[in-house]
Design a protein. Sequence first.
Length: 480
Amino acid sequence: MGEKETQRLTIIEAHEKLRKKEISSRELTEGIFDTISQQDKELFCYISVDRESALAAARAADERIGNGEEVGMLAGIPVAIKDNMLALGYTCTAGSKILENYAAPYDATVVRRLKEQGAVILGKTNLDEFAMGSSTENSAYGPTKNPHDTERVPGGSSGGSAAAVAAGECIYALGSDTGGSIRQPASFCGVVGLKPTYGAVSRYGLIAMASSLDQIGPFAKTVEDVEIIFDVIKGKDLLDSTSVELEAQNQKPKFQIKDIRIGVPKEYFIGGIDPAVEKLVRKAISDLEKEGAHIEEISLPHTKYALSVYYLIMPSEVSANLARYDGIKYGLSESEGNNLLDVYMKTRQKGLGDEVRRRVVLGTYVLSAGYYDAYYLQAQKVRTLIKNDFEKAFERVDVIITPTTSTTAFRLGEKTQDPLSMYLSDIFTVSAPIAGIPALSMPCGEVHGMPVGLQIMGKWFDEKTIFQVASFYENLKNNA
Ligand code: GLN
């Protein structure tokens, strides 16, 4: 794949070039569209693109810059949006046949905030149907390929967004994370991805999967870029009552790595983890220790229940959230039914894929009378124990470092016949959304040419410390 300069630019670099008028937003946007037309037939990062409206936004940004206006960091910079967030002028498919022709009736709050900054929206990226999956193979429109090796998956469910950033088909992207859908694909594609604290970013206009876990977050090439995007999308939104204003970070004295205590949970380094992946993660931790960070082995004793808790709570919420796709209110409608119930059943049979239906059935079962106490209620109690584990750990450490995934990207088709092995690829990422804490994945090396991700988890609403540690490590690695 031939490299173009626009493919490699970070937000900061592109902003500088725009400001100095070394490049126009129009040229930047056209450069990215060239890359998309050269590569996306094979990679399939995008479900839809809109060149016209992107170029109109680019022109508007160029005009403001031309008038000498002081524009924000994201003005005129091309971005890709996961296709489960509403953006006016686009369909919003959520990777499902049932929403194939569903036109967004308004902008999601995150999209509105990006537009207010003058962002150039390129298009909507591919995902596992309704964000359920770890490879994008559950998309009704076909899988995205990993740009590092097109025989491998990009991860999921935000695989299109992660792959688009890695392949230079956008400068940055938004994804959503319910059990790992930002961090796992970031890890597989070698980019940086952040799942913010629950409530840090408005979910208004995000197609709900599991509402107590879902959170929108950024993908970019560097930690600094991710922080810039986060600063724009975060904060209280009257349209999402779970969103909160992030307190202005108490001005800590200058960041010093020797003031940082890093917890390494022993439960994340047992069984199943690829030794080459473990080696790279351990090296990252010891590199930080050599620079002065305090490393402490910690225990998160309820980690072993995290995946079970996730696969009880998530499907319960999925079954409730997806009840609205009944063939009457939205999208696809099989009007041939004999009566209303028949219309519901025929529409859902035709419009929803196997994995989505599997989870709806699982969720309804878990919530049914007689099983509710044994499964759902019990899972909620264990959820509290998992949260308590983190609370305790964060009394002693500032951040927790683990691998993001136990292996590098697997092959297309490798896990499609075995849902359980697919679910196991989320083993290190589900705990953060269960507890509601923020977590970031960043590259820490490669095994046989495939990227490995380092996960940094932080205290509730303390994204700042995650960014500081992550930036420190990024500099260290770049200067090594
Ligand atoms: N891969 C996980 C799942 O299939 C996570 C999905 C997500 O975070 N949206 O549920």
